[in-house]
Design a protein. Sequence first.
Length: 129
Amino acid sequence: MSLLVKEGDKSDKTGDGSKFESLTLRPGGDYNISPEKRFYIGVFSEIKSMDGNNQNLINQHLAYHRSLWNEGTLVFAGSFVKGDRALLVIAAESIEKAGEIIKRDPIFQAGYYGKVDVEEVRGFDPKTL
């Protein structure tokens, strides 16, 4: 019921000649990406119009994040100061698994955000937080 437009391999954006994968999640579609154990960041954007403040949805969203935290999957979550975007840092076996975790977030399922860009985070060590 949801997912992806794979933006394709991005090459040499880091200046070191390396390639990396990224995802843009949108309602509809599916994707296939080879698995690796990594940390991923998901940036939620393109807020859709919602009627009023849906406290039930917010409670479901926060409960989901608490469950991810308790299982050691969620590393960090928060919204940008402007309120137009939010982000998650999660530990997952692959970018595909990261996408599956994000798809289960009630805020994504409700269509509050129009897309989520997911990328691997290099050199991240949560033990230094």
